[in-house]
Every structure is written in structure tokens, then in C-alpha cells.
Design a protein around this ligand. Structure first.
Ligand code: ADP
Length: 454
């Protein structure tokens, strides 16, 4: 069971008054928890079966706008309801909020009770099922990088997002002294998440002032995505409670290092690692080679799912550990894909392209789809690259802008076949809308550059 609370446990805790609130959540296109706070008595009596939400929740942007152009819902169709179906196996305690538990819901059609295909959880479940049909399970880990700021979200918003002072004054990569100063926030993050049933491995300082990383032990793909989503929400809430902001914007300043979300991946059969072959070079099985060949070849087509906003593409710059090339390397942090744990049962591939703003369900689904394609087509893996990959002109580039990634997504026959035409049309529209909104707005940069001198 991925959560840490059975339904019977919940009922007794509600009866003895230790739990009074159940957060009943779906995951939206941006990877956020959205939903309702139920009185726990109502939840255990009736709402555990199902509840409802407006279907615009899977057709909106970060601002909750109602863009046109989505086939699934619109003003014309009256923005009806979806069913929120609690997945009771995800029930867990929320120790950082008093008297609170949480459940993640699947999103179903209001009339047919079938999964809504573009719901991020459904998108991932579909690829997990395709993989299962081939005989494999996917184990994944997403690393969460983010920045902590001296001030709170509200203070920063009131300053027009100008008062962006990181919580520390220097690069804190692996730095014990500096991270000790941040323990008032980071220790409760580790301990509360652990007590919520999320297998926290560690936190560490990252390679910029105020930058942090949280590592969670690898898990089955759907659980990994749930862990990521709950952890991201918890980090913001726990930092907020301490009067600080935690930001997952991939690039909050052009002179600062960006934040990523690397994704570690391995396939397993009957609880045994299927990527490992003790007799093969680097311990990589043929299966792993095919999977990686698919991952690498199709990376330009699924980059949108690793980098969904205009800002995501500001992170991809040379010499920053953020990759720009779709090649692989052995334990080399300049390549888009890094082989980790070579020669051991833990052999796995880490995709380093994704930003801290990725939606983990969509990102994992897209990469599984690419890996499955590699396996089905028995694609062969090019040799590993060596040295500084940024300077390798023969290596293929990933799209450098949201506009370019939108076109590779729109035209991806492979993704359309793997995920469904409707799903790709839906996310292509989301990508277009993001760009349209950016193009409409006059930025600070333009004003500063041209106000006097143009
Ligand atoms: P790094 O060098 O990137 O810091 P770590 O050793 O910290 O690597 O591991 C990073 C992540 O990889 C962790 O979250 C860990 O749980 C995960 N991981 C370890 N083994 C596997 C595996 N076989 N499949 C997927 N993820 C794994």
C-alpha cells in the first residue's frame, strides 16, 4: 500500500477525534494538488466513494485562466463536472497539518465513470499498463531541487517579485555549515514527509546560494509521481509556515544556477532488476540498451513534458549542469542522460533534462513511452559520449524554446500513437496557450532596454 493509513485506521482516528480533516486531491496539468478539505466524518461516511470538481481544473493554466481551444471542456460546453474518485491506497497522514489526512483521487468522466485520458495520473497509468503487458515494472526516482528565500511568498508578491533574496549568501553544494542554518525548515520537511509514508533518503545543499535538493527513495512509477507531488506541496507549506518562500521556478535569475528534477529509471521483472546483466559491459542488459536508445532518440519530441513553460528553457545553458544534448554518458553530468550504478544491480539511467517545474506523471509517462518504443523496435544504442558534451557538435540538441518544443510535440507520431491523439492535442494546446500569454505581455527587460534608448 503506497499510503500509510488504511481506511479502517482512518475511521478509528476520526472516531477518537485525532483526525478531523481529509484533503481530497486530484493532480492538475501543472502537477499541483487541487481539491477539497472534507470534514473527516463526512469523508468516512460518504465522500470516500466519490466527490466532484469542475472540469476546468484539467484545462487551465497556473493562473486558473480558462483558455479556449480545448476539446475536452469550454464555456460552450458549460464547464461541467468530473468525478474525483479517491484512491484509498494513497490515504496517508499529513503530519505538518494538525488533525489532517490526505487521499489522492483519480479523475473520471462524470457520466461514464471512465478515466479522463488527459488527467496526469491516467496518462501515467496508461504507460505503466503498456509496460506491464511487455512483462516489466518501472521503478523511478525524481530528485526535487528548489530555492528557499529569506522572505515569504506574500511579502515577495507584494514587492512585485523584486525582493528575491535567497536564504543563504553562498553556494551551499554539500555544505553542512550552511545547511545547518536551514534546519528549521529542512528538518521538518524530511521528518514530516517520512511520517507521511514517503521514503525520504536525504536533503542536501545544492550548487547555488539558497538552493536545496530533496531525494526520495525510488518506487513504482505511480508512487514516485505521487511522492513528488506531495513532497513539492509539503515543501511550500512547511516553508510558508516558517515565513519563507520555496520556489520550483527552474530559473529565477539569469545569473543563478537553475533548478532541475532529474529522473532515475529502471525496469524490473518479478522484483528483479531487468536492466542488469552481470556479463555485459557496464552491467547493462540488452533491454536497458533498447530502452535508453528510445529515450534518447525521442527526447526532442517529449521535451515539452520535461520543460512546460517559457521559463523552463532559460535553464538550458552551457556550463550549468543543465543539459542541452540528447546523448548519454557514464557518470558524466554534462549529458542529457547519465548512466548511474554501472556494473551493479542498481544500474539505471538518469534523465537530466527536466526542470523543477515538470509534472512528474507526464514526464515519467513520456519517458516510459519512449523507452517502450525503443524496446518494441529493438533500437540500438550509440556508444557513450565522453568529455564535455556541451562542446560536442555532433550530438543532437533538445528544443531550445517552448515554441520549438510545442512543434515537436504536435508533430510527434510516436507520442500520438503511445498516449492518444486527444491527449497530445490537449497538451499541445496548453503549450500554445502558455506561449500566447507570454507573447502578449510586455516584459521588464524590454522596458529597461528600450524605454529611453530605443
Ligand atoms: P546522485 O548521484 O544522482 O545523487 P543517488 O545515489 O543519490 O544519485 O541516487 C539518486 C536517486 O536514484 C535516489 O532517489 C535513489 O533512490 C534512486 N535510485 C537508486 N537505485 C535506483 C534504481 N535501480 N532505479 C531507479 N532509481 C534508483
Amino acid at each position: 500500500m503506497p499510503g500509510n493509513l488504511t481506511f479502517d485506521d482512518l475511521k478509528s482516528r476520526v472516531a477518537d477525534g485525532t483526525i478531523d480533516t481529509v484533503l481530497t486531491c486530484i493532480v492538475d496539468m501543472q502537477g499541483r494538488l487541487m481539491g477539497k478539505r472534507f470534514h473527516a466524518a463526512n469523508f468516512v461516511e460518504t465522500s470516500y466513494e466519490e466527490t466532484h470538481c469542475c472540469n476546468y481544473l484539467l484545462a487551465t493554466d497556473l493562473e486558473m485562466a480558462t483558455p479556449d481551444g480545448f476539446a475536452s471542456t469550454s464555456w460552450q460546453s458549460g464547464y461541467g463536472d468530473y468525478v474525483m474518485k479517491p484512491d484509498l491506497s494513497t490515504l496517508r497522514l499529513v503530519p505538518w497539518l494538525e488533525g489532517t489526512a490526505m487521499v489522492i483521487c483519480d479523475v473520471l468522466d462524470h457520466h461514464t465513470h471512465q478515466p479522463v485520458p488527459h488527467s496526469p495520473r491516467a496518462v501515467l497509468k496508461k504507460q505503466i499498463e503498456r509496460l506491464k503487458a511487455l512483462g516489466f515494472d518501472a521503478m523511478m526516482a525524481t530528485e526535487l531541487e528548489f530555492f528557499l528565500f529569506a522572505k515569504s511568498f506574500d511579502e515577495i508578491r507584494k514587492s512585485g517579485f523584486r525582493d528575491l533574496e535567497p536564504i543563504s549568501g553562498y553556494n551551499e553544494d554539500y555544505h553542512i555549515l550552511q545547511t545547518t542554518k536551514e534546519e528549521a525548515i529542512m528538518r521538518p520537511i524530511r521528518n514530516h514527509l517520512y511520517a507521511a509514508g514517503i521514503p525520504i533518503e536525504n536533503t542536501k545543499g545544492e550548487a547555488e546560494a539558497g538552493q536545496e535538493e530533496l531525494n526520495i527513495r525510488y518506487a513504482a512509477a505511480l508512487d514516485c509521481a505521487d511522492h513528488h507531488t506531495i513532497a513539492k506541496n509539503a515543501i511550500k507549506e512547511i516553508a510558508w509556515a516558517q515565513g519563507h518562500a520555496a520556489s520550483f521556478l527552474p530559473k529565477w535569475h539569469h545569473d543563478r544556477v537553475g533548478s532541475s528534477s532529474h529522473v532515475h529509471q529502471s525496469l524490473w521483472v518479478d522484483g528483479k532488476p531487468a536492466f542488469y546483466d552481470a556479463d555485459a559491459p557496464l552491467g547493462m542488459s540488452k533491454l536497458m540498451e533498447h530502452y535508453m536508445a528510445g529515450l534518447i532518440a525521442y527526447a526532442p519530441e517529449y521535451t515539452y513534458f520535461l520543460a512546460p513553460y517559457v521559463n523552463s528553457y532559460k535553464r538550458f545553458s552551457k556550463g550549468t549542469f543543465a543539459p542541452t544534448k540528447t546523448v548519454w554518458s557514464v557518470d558524466n553530468r554534462t549529458a542529457g542522460f547519465r548512466l548511474c550504478g554501472d556494473g551493479t544491480k542498481g544500474v539505471r539511467v538518469e534523465c537530466r533534462i527536466g526542470g523543477s517545474d515538470l509534472n512528474p506523471y507526464l514526464a515519467q509517462a513520456a519517458m516510459l513511452a519512449a523507452g517502450i518504443k525503443g524496446i518494441e523496435d529493438q533500437m540500438s544504442l550509440a556508444p557513450a559520449t565522453k568529455g564535455d558534451v556541451y562542446e560536442d557538435s555532433a550530438a543532437a540538441d533538445i528544443p531550445q524554446t517552448l515554441r520549438a518544443a510545442t512543434e515537436t510535440l504536435r508533430n510527434s507520431a510516436f507520442l500520438r500513437a503511445a498516449m492518444g491523439e486527444d491527449v497530445i492535442d490537449h497538451y499541445t494546446r496548453a503549450a500554445e496557450w502558455e506561449q500566447e500569454e507570454f507573447d502578449r505581455v510586455v516584459t521588464d527587460w524590454e522596458i529597461a532596454r528600450g524605454f529611453e534608448r530605443a
